[in-house]
Design a protein around this ligand. Structure first.
Ligand code: C2O
Ligand code: CU
Length: 479
């Protein structure tokens, strides 16, 4: 059952810090149920210089939260309330979207649709309860293809109330950059080639903001590895040489622990995978972590490097299941079915689409940078006639057909859905996701309970595809 409590002074205990990143909460555990703690953060979004490729090379001019890429980790416990003050020191308007967090609509960070954009020099306070534990992230929703592409993103971690039994909890936020020889970011954001093909795929991949050689581990250690794909467009397919990662959560939500298909951990843009990795190697050994998603373009992300004394003898203890989140189960027997067709792109044979309510031919569309459509509508801006209006509390199945030659990670705001089937075959884990990666020509069915009122974006998270028209809005009527 989702309950969105309103800010109420009596329920809050504000423990704000001074300048910079402020975080605090010091309630005894027992008190938590009665008085939810409020954690406050202050982040500025501003230009910064960071050493993406390492200290020996020129620094890169980026846009960053609090001068760092990724931005500061926001870490709260499930049930806590968070307030984040965002100060915009960028040369343009911005917003922040809390990707995957089921926030009340006014906190969703979609410009015009849920709030006015945060003007240059202005501050905006986001505040919401963290209903679900898991791995989430934050990024702008204003010109996100350029703003996220310049480095504006950060991890948002909600801890379970009972600590999950691992030795280390590690986040790898994966970034992808298109750098020029001098180390600067190529500023060809949103060019028509990227928009009409696979999106802006870069030439430099970072883990937590750095090109890395190695990640140090100890023999016998059990690590929870939270992978977050913050790339505009790159899909990752990671293999861990000599190791057997177990997937325990997808997009933050628990899934029955299982080995990834073919040993490859696939993450489309915006997606998260939590792994449990048992460090079964010997001290002194090194193992490659390779991204082999794109055939012929494989590269080594980094190496796991065994250093120091073993932590313990490796024991094959089972990987426990994470406790379920309080997501409302869709009632599939009464669910309304909606056909959703993704069209357009190069080799997509689209001849035209509806733009602002009028049929437009593809040539005129191209002149406006529009290449993609959902159900024949190419959307611009963030405010749209809803694709569907759903009664509060009702259940829905979106049957999404990808009729294009490209992959699309489709993201729904404000809700978490079950991935029910692919090409008519029921999924094995009926995983909860907020972003579903759909290969070319595939059909996917997702189901969800429309329990969060408001207008919610439904869009491709290849940010260039979104900008090129692949988005829409789903309205959940108020209770
Ligand atoms: Cu991660 Cu609409 O966004
Ligand atoms: Cu797409």
């Amino acid at each position: 059952m989702s309950q969105y409590s309103r800010p109420g002074l009596s329920r809050r205990s504000i423990l704000a810090g001074s300048a910079g990143l402020a975080l605090a909460t010091a309630l005894p555990r027992g008190a938590r149920a009665l008085v939810p703690a409020l954690k406050e953060y202050r982040l500025n979004a501003a230009p910064a210089q960071v050493p993406l490729v390492g200290a020996s090379r020129a620094e890169t001019q980026v846009w960053a939260y609090h001068g760092q890429v990724p931005g500061p980790e926001i870490r709260v416990r499930q049930g806590e309330r968070v307030r984040v003050l965002i100060e915009n020191r960028l040369p343009e308007e911005t917003t922040v979207h809390w990707h995957g967090v089921r926030v009340p609509n006014p906190m969703d960070g979609v410009p015009q649709l849920t709030q006015p954009p945060i003007g240059v020099g202005e501050t905006f306070a986001y505040e919401f309860d963290c209903l679900d534990a898991g791995t989430f992230w934050y990024h702008p929703h204003q010109r996100s293809f350029a703003q996220a592409g310049r480095g504006l993103y950060g991890p948002f971690i909600v801890e379970e109330n009972e600590p999950y039994p691992v030795d280390r909890d590690v986040t790898w936020m994966l970034g992808d950059w298109r750098l020029l020889k001098d180390g600067s970011i190529s500023d060809d954001f949103g060019n028509l080639h990227d928009v009409s093909h696979a999106g802006r795929i870069g030439n430099t991949v970072t883990v937590n903001g750095l090109v890395r050689e190695a990640f140090e581990v100890r023999a016998g250690e059990r690590i929870r590895l939270r992978l977050i794909n913050a790339a505009n467009a790159r899909i990752f397919g990671l293999t861990f040489e000599g190791h057997s990662p177990m997937v325990v959560a997808l997009d933050g939500h628990p899934v029955e622990p299982h080995e990834p298909a073919g040993g490859q951990v696939v993450l489309g843009p915006a997606m998260r995978v939590d792994l449990v990795l048992d460090m079964t190697g010997r001290p002194g050994s090194r193992f490659k972590v390779v991204d082999s998603f794109y055939k012929g373009l494989e590269y080594q992300l980094l190496e796991l490097s065994y250093t120091g004394e073993p932590l313990r003898e490796v024991r094959a203890t089972p990987v426990p299941r994470l406790p379920a989140n309080p997501v409302r189960e869709p009632d599939l027997s009464s669910a309304r079915r909606h056909e959703v067709t993704l069209g357009g792109g190069m080799m997509g044979m689209m001849t035209g689409a509806m733009v602002h309510g009028d049929l437009m031919d593809i040539r005129s569309m191209l002149r406006q940078g529009l290449v993609w459509a959902i159900n024949g509508v190419a959307a611009t801006g963030h405010v749209h006639e809803p694709m569907a209006t759903l009664a509060h509390g009702s259940s829905h199945v979106l049957a999404i057909a990808n009729e294009t030659a490209w992959w699309h990670p489709m993201h729904l705001h404000g809700h978490t859905f079950r991935v029910l089937s692919r090409n008519g075959v029921p999924t094995r884990y009926r995983e909860w996701q907020d972003t579903v990666l759909i290969p070319p020509r595939e059909r996917v069915e997702i189901g969800f309970a429309a329990d969060n009122p408001g207008d919610w974006m439904f869009h491709c998270h290849v940010l260039e595809h979104q900008a090129g028209g692949m988005m829409g809005t789903i309205r959940v009527a108020s209770a």
